[in-house]
Write a protein that binds this ligand. Structure first.
Ligand SMILES: O=P(O)(O)O[C@H]1[C@H](O)[C@@H](O)[C@H](O)[C@@H](O)[C@@H]1O
Ligand SMILES: [Mg+2]
Length: 285
């Protein structure tokens, strides 16, 4: 078959749009909040409901047996987080749950699709802004129907860099995060930013609004769709140690070009973050 995944790509766009409408509606009512890995790792009924809607629609369309699913809330409820060679959907139903809870206006639905461990496409619907970002491997990246291109800034002094603080507040990790940010700010760069959603941050790299986004502690569902979008917009993805990008490693630098990425990497103080695909029995509580 010439183009086996086009139908799945088009369907993912529609599913993401529908999921975003559910989130927008839910944002108008009272939001009940629970916590997951820490007291600042928030989850709501909407996260769970939207994930069920997305996975339910995909299963109905493509069949249960042939496709696999890695979803943020399913993994939180004990499902496996192993990326195999099978066609696999990687889903963050509400990226930016803290923003959603507080009414901070960046919340995204993130859906990616991988085959043979290679990301084939990514769809990110920034649902409060009503912006649909999407990219297919080898076929370009778009916001709505406009092609996306990363910024052409090569001088770090003329850049804006995004990073986030994540949800692990152990003092030694927070110290490293702030020390890294201080060093980057003092390069100096034009500014440091953060939208509160990794998916949206990657769309900001892809659209040229910022030069880079990096974070340690994110999960595969936060960045899988964004990885395709950044790459197809002409950007680069690297590990925070300068090696190749590894989706399951929970760390990443995405940038408009390698010069900017490697300049940031020089300043990053790396800390341990257990891989998403670490064997379950070995996972720390
Ligand atoms: O809102 P989430 O889906 O939980 O994702 C968050 C992530 O938990 C946090 O660690 C990052 O700093 C945010 O940028 C994510 O997108
Ligand atoms: Mg997320």
């Amino acid at each position: 078959m010439e183009d086996p995944w086009q139908e799945a790509y088009d369907f993912a766009v529609e599913v993401a749009r529908g999921a975003g409408a559910v989130i927008r509606k839910a944002a108008e009512s009272e939001i009940k909040v629970s916590t997951k890995s820490s007291t600042v790792d928030l989850v709501t009924k909407t996260d769970e409901r939207v994930e069920k809607i997305i996975i339910g629609s995909l299963k109905e369309q493509f069949g249960e047996g042939t496709h696999c699913f890695i979803g943020e809330e399913s993994v939180a409820n004990g499902e496996s987080c192993n990326l195999t060679d099978k066609p696999t959907w990687i889903i963050d139903p509400v990226d930016g749950t803290t923003n959603f809870v507080h009414g901070f206006p960046f919340v995204a639905v993130s859906i990616a699709f991988a085959v043979n461990k290679q990301l084939e496409f990514g769809v990110i619907y920034s649902c409060l802004e009503d912006k649909m970002y999407r990219a297919r491997r080898g076929k370009g990246a778009f916001c709505d129907d406009e092609p996306l291109a990363v910024s052409d800034v090569a001088d770090i002094h003329k850049s804006i860099i995004i990073s986030e603080h994540g949800t692990d507040r152990s003092p030694e990790k927070v110290k490293k995060i702030f020390s890294t940010m201080q060093k980057i700010l003092c390069i100096p760069v034009h500014g440091l930013r953060g939208s509160g959603t990794a998916a949206t941050n990657m769309c900001l790299v892809a659209s040229g609004a910022v030069e880079a986004f990096f974070e340690i502690g994110i999960h595969c569902w936060d960045i899988a769709a964004g990885a395709v979008i950044v790459k197809e917009a002409g950007g680069v993805l690297l590990d925070v140690d300068g090696g190749p990008f590894d989706l399951m490693s929970r760390r990443m630098v995405s940038a408009n070009n390698e010069t900017i990425a490697r300049r940031i990497i020089k300043e990053i103080e790396i800390f341990d973050s257990e891989r998403d695909d670490a064997p379950v029995q070995k996972k720390k509580k």
